[in-house]
Design a binder for this molecule. Sequence first.
Ligand code: HQG
Length: 184
Amino acid sequence: MTSSERTHASKFLSLVLRHQPEVIGLRLEPDGWVEVNVLLKALHQHQRPWSREDLEELVHTSDKQRFAFDAERSRIRAQQGHSVAVNLDHPVRNPPEFLYHGTAAQFLDSIRREGLRRGERHHVHLSAETEITLRVGARRGKPVLLTIRAGDMQRAGFTFYLTPNHVWLTDHVPAQYLVFPDVS
Ligand code: HQG
C-alpha cells in the first residue's frame, strides 16, 4: 500500500474496530476483539479485498499503535478510542505528577466550566508528553496545551489507566485540576 492508501485504510479500520463494526456486518467481542479471518472476509464482502499482510502492515505502521493482535495473532482489536461498549481491561496505574491534553482554543470556555469531558469516547485521553498532545489539539483549531495535576487527582481518589501505547485514560478531569496557559 502507498502511504496515503494506508492512512485511508487505517481510518476505515478505526471506524470498524472502534465505532461502527456493523458497517461491514461485524460484531466485536465484549473486550473488543474480532477474529482476523472473520474481519478479512467481511472486508472482502464490502469492497475491501485486503490480505492478511495488508492488515499486518497497518498494525505495524500505525504511528500511534492504534491496533493490536492477540498473543496467538488470531484476533485483532483497537487499543483504545472506542465509542461502542467494550471492556479493555487496561491496568490501573499511578500517573506522573503532570499529564497533558491538547485541545483547541474554541473549547476553552467550555472546558473552564466543565473540565475535560470524554465526549463520544469512553475516557478522556491524556499524555505524558507535550509534543503529541499539541498535534492532537491542532486537529480541531488553534492548539492549546493543558496541564493536568494528575498526581493531585490520583491522591484525591481518581483512577487512571495506562494503555499499551502509552495513552493515559481517566473518566473526567474537573476544571480545578487543570492548569490553563496564560493567555493575557
Ligand atoms: C474537547 C487521537 C468542550 C477535547 C489522539 C477534544 C488522542 C471539550 C475534543 C485521541 C471538553 C474531543 C483522543 C469540554 C474535552 N468542552 N470541549 N468540556 N472536554 N473537550 O477526538 O483527546 O487518532 O474525542 O479537548 O491521539 O482530541 O483517534 O478526543 O478536542 O489520543 O488514534 O473535545 O484521538 O488518537 O475530541 O483525542 P476527541 P482527543 P486517534
